[in-house]
Design a protein around this ligand. Sequence first.
Ligand code: ADP
Length: 459
Amino acid sequence: MIRKILIANRGEIALRIVRACRELGIQTIAVYSEADEQSLHVQLADEAICIGPASGAESYLRADRILSAAEIGDVDAIHPGYGFLSENSEFAEQCESCNIIFIGPRSETIMMMGDKAKARETVSKAGVPIIPGSDGPLENEHAATKVAQKIGFPVIIKAVAGGGGRGMRIAHNAVTFAKEFQSARLEALKAFGNGELYIEKYLESPRHIEFQVLADMHGNMVHLGERDCSVQRRHQKVIEESPSPFLDKNLRNRMGKAALKATQSADYVNAGTIEFLVDAKGNFYFIEMNTRIQVEHAVTEEATGIDLIKEQIQIASGNRLGFTQKEISLTKHAIECRICAENPSKGFIPSPGEIELYSAPGGHGVRVDSHAYGGYTVSPYYDSMISKVITFGRTRKIALDRMYRALSEYLIRGIDTNVDFLKAVLMDPAFRQGEATTSYIEEFLARMPKDFLDKQSKD
Ligand code: ADP
């Protein structure tokens, strides 16, 4: 029985977890940095403990301080949210050795899937298609060039420990390869403390389609359909939706089966996501598994009606899944936009500062997950996302029209945001017709007048 949970995170996901716990009658402890003293997750949790100064490295990434807070608070479990320590296998292991339930998969699973070269190897052995590329990490530039020449250019160089689109470089020919390899290695070392790299064939304009999975400790597992996350900027997701406008029933079934095979190959427990790239012909390839709840989980919740955070807690408590694959369907169309404090006219640079006025959309078929409020200060220390808006309805058209309406209702003053940019995408015929691939934003901007971005900063 889980009675009390420490939430090792901040922002909207910390709030989201507080809400799920409250509905389950579970007590919560928030942890916070000095910059977050006034945050909603601190105010709404049952208890709150300060764990250090603003910098993430000195607070939300300090496993020792979080574990001390867990001990003081006498919690049964820790929910890591996404980012920070959520995919840190050492932290999961420390929780296990302190007899605190880590709400997520086992530490060995996190470690295995966190090594993207190893993950490729594991799922491939189970019969899940992967993109042609290197077997394991590449020793050096020389070995890498040989593999690149064998699979044929263009190739994408990726960090074994990668995440968030960092440490990734595209090489179009053997001449640029060496330079790209070096810069990917430096970036990976800086971002992850691990410079190991692998390569894959670079697919031109694929779709990014991922499957949400749930697995309990008793060997039961299901997938909850897909999320299409093709609308990306610098390999980072901006808009996500479920179902994907590209999949038909047959392809959904085949990809769902492959997602479950990948899940099984890792002997996985709890919620996870199997990410695939899909080409124009419908060939699909595994790229990675995320061993945590994701930002875009709400899209699946609204499409299926299943509360994923509650499911995570039920699974961690040792309960069996309460449904079978046959009982799950995508009964609604749901779409999410990430609202960020950033300035599109200045290359989308973050725009931290005090939000003078904040009023979020509402009404039928609209969900907003946000920690922002009027008077809240967006800190430069953390992610620039201030709000997620999810709209849903019976059809894709209803969800899209509703999204445009919802975006138009945001009143945010004091900081710049990407709201107007998102509205422009929502009105774009190519996006509305479901044609977006991972190259979409780049192509969209190329089609727009030169001064388009100058007019897209909502303040
Ligand atoms: P990260 O873990 O850093 O997010 P991923 O492996 O999940 O990296 O890839 C992120 C994005 O990068 C994908 O959604 C896709 O847009 C692009 N990408 C990754 N691998 C390839 C590839 N082989 N070909 C084309 N695009 C790719």
